[in-house]
Design a protein around this ligand. Structure first.
Ligand code: SF4
Length: 444
């Protein structure tokens, strides 16, 4: 029997007993999808390790093949894992966002590199391995709908995540925000699953609540309309990600509400229109933020809004001003990160060209550490602003104020606020203030 261990590599924040409490952790679909892609013709024993919620415990495992998935911030950890398993004689395979965007850098880290979606390449590699001729590089761009399997959810420790099951309908997005890598990972025009397959999977889950992990459920209008229409008879409640412009499309918004939308995550990114335009966030118009949030609230849909600090126009003062604008916006759960120029995206090339990239230690590319010199602040000012902004927004008085303004979903709001409050309480400790990176930031 072929022993396969599949690992989702951790990072500074995403690790066992790390920054994310269960109340804000959802079950990822990467490992369970890879497990489901193992052909039924192969007699395999598959173990999944999500380093975000499980202790590694690799010394107790045996493997013929170890598959590792990583993003930029976990690529350093992925190297360590690959090195460990190679030394034990396992055949190592590495893939994921960072590998897809930076194949040359990752060359030689594992026995086999897989770039792009794994639906076609991972089973092909496994067959080649069985036949004794595994390749060292596999690549693809497209995700043919018929190749996407139902994830093998039973292989992950369910109790470690929110109890709401996760589903993905379309892993692409037709927008092209400069800081986002989605369009470079696969062909986003052909990344959607067939709607009846998605519906069948949801019915089989037998859950009244679903969390969609699609990067943007409403980017492809025709697909979204078909999906929402098909969800209505299921009478489920769901939460997911959407761009804010859905509120300006009355017919799509109405169908979204009818389909059971009960929570939405929106990338507001900035309160400065110039910043949004510079980074091609074409779906956002700050003039309509308040109106959009009100519209969600009228339909009892709480809004989790994400913001990035460190756009070219940002200053210490403008970020402080943003905090009161967020208070006024009515956003239920604001969330912050620092602008992070991921290698393989435009901002990395821009900042690198200007000599503003401070480090290539990818473990610091976790959206909590400042890794470039902003245009109108020092790196330390930006770093301090991130911590201060989180603290201000999740201060007990602001949490209380947001909770008292609610008409519904008090328990959910309380849990999420507490989850973020806990996250904030450990943020300062996670940032390596004394490291050589910070000495470089201060010019010491
Ligand atoms: S809307 Fe979201 S998913 Fe789409 S390109 Fe922009 S950041 Fe990426």
């Amino acid at each position: 029997m072929l022993k396969i261990v599949l690992i989702l590599a951790g990072d500074n924040t995403y690790h066992y007993r790390g920054a994310f409490s269960k109340s804000i952790s959802y079950a990822p679909l990467t490992l369970t999808t890879l497990a489901a892609l193992v052909p039924g013709t192969i007699d395999a024993d598959i173990q999944l390790i999500d380093e975000g919620v499980q202790p590694a415990g690799y010394d107790k495992l045996h493997a013929d093949i170890v598959g590792i998935s990583c993003v930029t911030s976990s690529s350093v950890r992925a190297r360590q894992i690959a090195g460990y398993w190679r030394s034990r004689g396992a055949h190592t395979v590495i893939g994921g966002v960072h590998v897809t965007l930076n194949p040359l850098e990752m060359e030689g880290v594992a026995d086999t590199l897989i770039c792009g979606p794994a639906e076609e390449t991972w089973p092909r590699f496994l067959q080649d391995f069985i036949e004794g001729r595994p390749g060292n590089f596999y690549s693809s761009r497209s995700v043919p709908a018929e190749t996407i399997p139902v994830p093998a959810r039973q292989l992950l420790p369910r109790k470690s995540y929110l109890s709401v099951p996760t589903v993905i309908a379309d892993r692409g997005c037709l927008n092209s925000c400069a800081f986002c890598s989605i369009n470079r990972l696969w062909d986003c025009r052909e990344s959607a699953r067939v709607v009846p397959d998605v519906i069948e999977e949801i019915i089989a889950l037998k859950s009244r609540r679903i969390l969609f992990l699609d990067p943007n459920l409403t980017a492809d209008r025709e697909y979204a309309l078909e999906l929402f229409e098909a969800l209505i008879p299921l009478r489920i409640e769901w939460a997911g990600l959407s761009s804010i412009d859905v509120t300006r499309d009355k017919s799509m918004f109405s169908l979204m509400v009818k389909s059971g939308c009960r929570g939405i995550l929106v990338g507001f990114e900035s309160m400065d229109q110039v910043a949004l335009d510079q980074y091609q966030k074409s779906s956002n118009n700050v003039t309509f933020y308040r109106e959009a949030v009100d519209m969600f609230h009228r339909h009892e849909i709480p809004v989790l809004g994400t913001f990035m600090l460190g756009f070219e126009n940002d200053t210490v003062e403008s970020i402080e001003k943003m905090v009161s604008m967020i208070d006024d916006s009515g956003i239920d759960f604001p969330r912050f990160s620092v602008m992070t120029p991921f290698p393989g995206t435009d901002p990395y090339d821009w900042y690198q060209g200007d000599g503003r990239v401070l480090t290539r230690d990818w473990s610091l590319y976790d959206t909590e550490h400042v890794v470039f010199t902003p245009a109108r602040m020092t790196p330390i000012q930006l770093q301090t602003s991130l911590v201060r902004t989180w603290k201000m927004i999740y201060s007990p008085s602001r949490i209380l104020k947001r909770l008292t303004m609610l008409k519904r979903y008090h328990l959910l709001a309380f849990m999420v606020n507490i989850g973020f409050h806990r996250y904030v309480s450990t943020l300062r400790k996670r940032i390596s203030w004394g490291s050589s990176h910070f000495q470089k930031m201060t010019g010491a």
